[in-house]
Design a protein around this ligand. Structure first.
Ligand SMILES: O=CC(=O)O
Length: 319
């Protein structure tokens, strides 16, 4: 008798909802495997859910649009939320737990890019790269720049990304210290249990922790003042880590030397005052937007969904 290899069961009938537009690769790869619904093709979430709520077994969100309690509650068949981001602050984790909904994210694959961007922001700011390009074109006045090598770098949050930033800054000869909930073993870095002490002892302060109720506005006016008028603040975490109002006043009043920001408090809005400042470098939340990383993140989202629907262990579970 001949054996017929049936292969893995098709998942084409499984309804997956994407909450907003992402890289075309993830859209195409999800559409090849699942019955993909794109929320942005509907006039509103309620217009979508009135017709399709019962078809959705998985939701794919990102750092911008995740799954809040109302969304989760409107999807009675939802089994898994797989976010195309490492941060899961846009997902109501407690509601997922209550409903027995699994949650996955995309750690590791984006660590290098985000750490690279932190260093790039610092270098661009200190070497005034965008200004010197302008000077080349406009023959404007010469201004000295500032070294990165050897500067004291303080890192808030020594997780995967914070550690990768530490590794890079070490290669620039920078002494590293950090603040986090608890001291990490064997880092060789100085630990400050108090963030004000970290700021007071840093020339460059980098925000690399995850966003939680405890880390909301972890960088406030006091921390900025402790960093001081020669200090540089870099944020590749979340806009809500920094009291943006306090930051703008410090930059305008000369109480802080400069800031390199990939994230903002009310994205995609960036305050006019920030846009008009000379001592900032701003990027629009692009820390993991390289082609290579977007593809690796998409593959991880899909691998998690496939594992879930095949009854296998999730690759990167949060819940
Ligand atoms: O901000 C980006 C992410 O959380 O992956």
């Amino acid at each position: 008798m001949a054996f017929v290899h049936l292969g893995p069961p098709s998942m084409k009938a499984i309804g997956v909802l994407m909450t907003c537009e992402m890289h075309s690769y993830i859209e195409e790869e999800l559409a090849k495997r699942f019955n993909l619904f794109k929320l942005w093709n509907y006039s509103s979430f309620s217009a979508f859910s009135q017709v399709h709520a019962n078809s959705i077994r998985a939701l794919v969100g990102n750092a911008k649009v995740g799954a809040e309690a109302a969304t989760i509650d409107s999807l009675p068949k939802l089994e898994i939320v797989s976010t195309y981001s490492v941060g899961f602050d846009k997902i109501d984790i407690n509601r997922c737990r209550e409903r027995g909904i699994r949650v996955t994210n995309t750690p590791n694959v984006l660590t290098d890019d985000v750490a690279d961007l932190a260093i790039a922001l610092a270098l661009t700011l200190l070497f005034r790269i965008s200004h010197t390009v302008n000077r080349l074109c406009q023959h404007s006045a010469f201004q000295f720049t500032t070294k990165l090598s050897g500067k004291a770098v303080g890192i808030i949050g020594l997780g995967r990304i914070g550690s990768a930033i530490g590794k890079r800054a070490t290669a620039f000869g920078c002494p590293i210290s950090y603040h986090s909930r608890s001291e990490k073993p064997d880092t060789g870095y100085k630990y400050y249990p108090n963030i004000l002490d970290l700021a007071a002892n840093s020339e460059i302060l980098v925000v690399a922790c995850s966003l939680t109720d405890e880390t909301h506005h972890i960088v406030n006016r006091q921390v900025i003042d402790a960093l001081g008028p020669k200090g540089i603040l870099i944020n590749i975490g979340r806009g809500q880590h920094i009291d943006q109002h306090a930051l703008v006043s410090a930059l305008t009043e000369g109480r802080l030397a400069g800031a390199g920001l990939d994230v903002f408090e009310n994205e995609p809005d960036v305050p006019e005052e920030l846009l008009s400042l000379e001592n900032v470098v701003l990027t629009p939340h692009v820390g993991s937007d390289t082609v290579e990383t977007c593809m690796a993140m998409a593959d991880l989202v899909i691998a998690n969904l496939e594992a879930h629907f095949l009854g296998k262990p999730l690759l990167t579970p949060v819940v």
